[in-house]
Write a protein that binds this ligand. Structure first.
Ligand code: NDP
Length: 379
């Protein structure tokens, strides 16, 4: 069986990445083993039936009765709960797993897929930020193949193919700059403005993360673990057109870039078909129609999130998990209509300032640190 035809489990199938993944799977003819969601049982059942999944899992157990009713007589097995998420990620019936849950909730199922030695296509970056050393260690120990789905990391992965880490001068992560790239007063921006991303259509949490540049901060740490390059050699460059998805600068002054339209089906497909570039659904950019490709340095005074990522990465231990948990809580609060946009920065900064230092935290230490931040910020 070729890599691209292994049955697929999609964790977070009802979300933006999940739906794009199902579109890619249908295009490539990859069978779907399992689909999962948190609460949206109607959408989950419809996707499971449409894509002939063997299993559908709703994470919130309150949704089980309804999911079972919706799937009665369809041949799709209904499951519920956190254990069931891990079970479908590790099931021998699937060969590849796309992790498209949003936030820290994806940590356990991601680890389950890795421990089962799957091809693990990672969109859900938050677990890597929290526990990158442990995740990469488990992948090596269990023979899992980790492939990036994030467009920037897919770009870097492609630019690195055939090269050795010691040839690399720096990794250059491009960022659109979000909707507020040129807005002077971030204190006054609204939730609706923050949810209007200029180039990408994504779920609400990552859309806010893109507006604060916290998404790029998470990506700095994600890149650090995926590619084994220290954060001092990872640089962020604003590129509003989102055509150059990222670059690798080599020691001889040569720079490799990967380009494409801002459409997640391209990096999703490459994670599924790697090492092949097969026929896809997305056309190459029309360069003659592009007015310009521009680049500028990020404004770290207006967007302090970038410096927080470097500080958290340098501190190591539980600091990145604390940064991530505080950001998740602050973004949820802002999305719920409370507080100002800039409160996200102050919340994360304060949480990082309060974080105790821990040399090499265990998984339990990381989970406890995550829970403690959420408890404090919920109070
Ligand atoms: P969405 O919000 O669109 O989808 C999230 C998915 O996760 C949904 O299926 C949701 O289920 C499920 N989910 C949410 N909370 C839980 C939980 N507690 N337990 C189990 N499942 C849960 O997110 P995106 O698709 O935008 O993003 C997913 C991940 O991919 C994020 O980590 C993001 O950073 C990353 N990513 C996204 C990109 C994009 O273009 N969207 C690009 C690159 C990376 P339900 O529908 O029931 O709520």
């Amino acid at each position: 069986m070729s890599a691209a035809s292994r049955p697929l489990t999609i964790l977070g199938a009802t979300g933006s990445i999940g739906v794009s993944t199902l579109s890619v799977a249908a295009h490539l003819g990859i069978p779907v083993h399992a689909v999962t969601a948190n609460r949206k049982v109607d959408e989950l059942a419809a996707l499971a039936i449409q894509h002939r999944a063997a299993v559908a899992v709703v994470a919130d157990e309150d949704g089980y009765t309804e999911l079972k009713r919706l799937l009665a007589g369809t041949g799709v097995v209904a499951e519920a709960g956190a254990q069931a998420l891990c079970a479908v990620a590790a099931d021998p019936g699937c060969g590849a797993v796309v992790t498209a849950i949003v936030g820290a909730a994806g940590l356990h199922p991601t680890l389950a897929a890795i421990r089962a030695g799957k091809r693990v296509c990672i969109a859900n970056k938050e677990p890597l930020v929290m526990a990158g050393a442990l995740i990469m260690g488990e992948a090596a120990r269990c023979g899992a193949t980790i492939l990036p789905v994030d467009s920037e990391h897919s770009a870097i992965f492609q630019c690195l193919e055939g090269h050795r880490p010691d040839e690399v001068a720096e990794l250059v992560l491009t960022a659109s700059g979000g909707p507020f790239r040129t807005v002077a007063d971030l204190g006054a921006v609204t939730r609706e403005q923050a949810l209007r991303h200029p180039t990408w259509t994504m779920g609400p949490k990552i859309t806010i993360d893109s507006a604060t540049l916290m998404n790029k901060s998470l990506e700095i740490i994600e890149a650090r673990w995926l590619f084994g390059v220290g954060v001092e050699r990872i640089r962020v460059l604003i590129h509003p057109q989102s055509v150059v998805h990222s670059m690798v600068a080599y020691r001889d002054g040569s720079v490799m870039a990967q380009l494409g339209r801002p459409d997640m089906r391209t990096p999703i497909q490459y994670a599924l078909t790697w090492p092949r570039h097969d026929s896809g659904q997305v056309a190459a950019p029309d360069f003659a129609a592009l007015a310009a490709l521009t680049f500028e340095a990020p404004d770290t005074a207006r967007f302090p999130s970038l410096d927080m990522a470097y500080a958290a990465a340098r501190a190591g231990g539980i600091a990145p998990a604390v940064m991530n948990a505080a950001n998740e809580m602050a973004v949820a609060r802002f999305l719920a209509g409370h507080g100002r946009f800039t409160d996200i920065f102050t919340t994360v900064e304060r949480a990082l300032g309060d974080a105790p230092s821990l040399g090499e935290p265990s998984l339990d230490d990381i989970i406890a640190a995550d829970a403690e931040v959420r408890r404090r910020l919920a109070g």
